[in-house]
Design a protein around this ligand. Structure first.
Ligand SMILES: [Zn+2]
Length: 349
């Protein structure tokens, strides 16, 4: 068994209004001086002035880089600014893309990363992985876990409902991901970490148990989803890979992104994938589908504008997206007709 380092965040602050604590949060991490903030223009418009006001007295006016996509070009732009301005840390504020760009830029420049999620849409909040377009692959790369995470529940609760539902899809996907990891251990003697697997599963079980409360967007439910997403990211950190969080359902989602870019959110596609992959693995697919419905996530492809042809194609293509990441989809290698049958049997199409 190879060795791997465990990457974990050092300080996490979750709660209502914690953005006001930004200064003390940075100080507790030993960070003084200006920070470089990476966000989209929308996030800057909604909470930018508040953050600048909080930081200005203690850490100076932050340097703000607006990014529109998680691409290598944007990463390089952030890195150039970081090199020019001498900053204490890179802060990624947003739903996913901005945190991913900040994560990779921080990794490449050796600067600490602070993650400030504005929605609970996927598990990249705390994980050491980032997805960047323009690299040789559609799945995530390993970099460092954020040094700190500041998750303001008030901000996250005000994000569009679709984002929270997507985060739940990404969490329910841990059920199929962990089974695929077990399969890789059984069939391919791959390293399997029971602790990391249990932790990832715990986050999925939380969503199943509290689906109705989350669907009503009760504040405790929202907070629970944020904590579950952080905890899933920590599971990946403990495993040293995305294995506990990402199996065949993620490969299905990545395949869809190649077939029809920009349609559906990551967690929405992973949720649909989890329903179908789970049907091949055993009998839990109905529970996954029910939970997705309760949290207002799609259970049918057409809800997010996907056709049955695209779904079937993506199921067939999924194993080739990542040949070395062995999953049940590699084992059964579906053809188009059997993929379509699976999608129909699970009412995904
Ligand atoms: Zn994911």
């Amino acid at each position: 068994m190879g060795l791997h380092a465990i990457e974990l965040p050092r300080r996490i602050l979750v709660g209502s209004g914690v953005i006001s604590e930004f200064t003390g949060f940075l100080e507790a991490l030993g960070l003084s001086g200006r920070v470089l903030i990476v966000s989209g223009s929308h996030v800057r418009g909604s909470i930018g002035s508040r953050i600048v006001n909080v930081l200005a007295k203690s850490h100076g006016i932050p340097i703000w880089v607006e990014v529109e996509a998680a691409t290598l070009d944007e990463v390089e732009r952030v890195q150039r600014t970081a090199a020019r301005e001498e900053v204490a840390a890179v802060v990624g504020i947003g739903g996913g893309k901005s945190v991913d760009v900040a994560k990779v830029a921080a990794y490449n420049t050796g600067l600490p990363l602070i993650s400030v999620p504005t929605s609970a849409s996927h598990d990249g909040i705390a994980s050491p992985m980032a997805s960047i377009k323009g690299m040789d692959r559609p799945y995530s790369m390993i970099c460092h876990a954020p040094l700190g995470i500041l998750a303001d529940i008030d901000v996250i609760a005000n994000a569009p409902v679709r984002l929270l539902a997507s985060g739940c899809g990404d969490l329910l996907a841990k059920i199929t991901a962990v089974r695929d990891w077990q399969l890789a251990w059984e069939d391919k003697n791959e390293y399997y970490g029971e602790y990391a697997a249990s932790l990832a599963l715990l986050s999925a079980r939380f969503v199943m148990r509290r689906a109705e409360e989350i669907g009503r967007r009760e504040i405790d439910g929202v907070r629970g989803v944020v904590e579950a997403l952080i905890s899933a990211g920590v599971a990946a950190g403990i495993a040293g890979s995305s294995r506990p969080c990402s199996g065949g359902e993620h490969l299905f989602s990545h395949a869809l992104s190649l077939i029809t870019p920009g349609v559906g959110l990551h967690g929405e596609k992973c949720g649909l994938g989890a329903i179908m992959v789970s049907k091949i693995q055993g009998d839990e697919w109905k529970g996954i589908s029910d939970s997705l419905r309760k949290v207002n996530a799609p259970t049918m492809a057409k809800q997010i504008g996907l056709t049955e042809e695209q779904v079937a194609k993506a199921l067939v293509m999924a194993p080739s997206v990542r040949p070395e990441r062995y999953t049940i989809l590699h084992k059964v290698s579906l053809d188009y007709d059997s993929a379509l049958r699976l999608a129909r049997e699970t009412s995904v199409v």
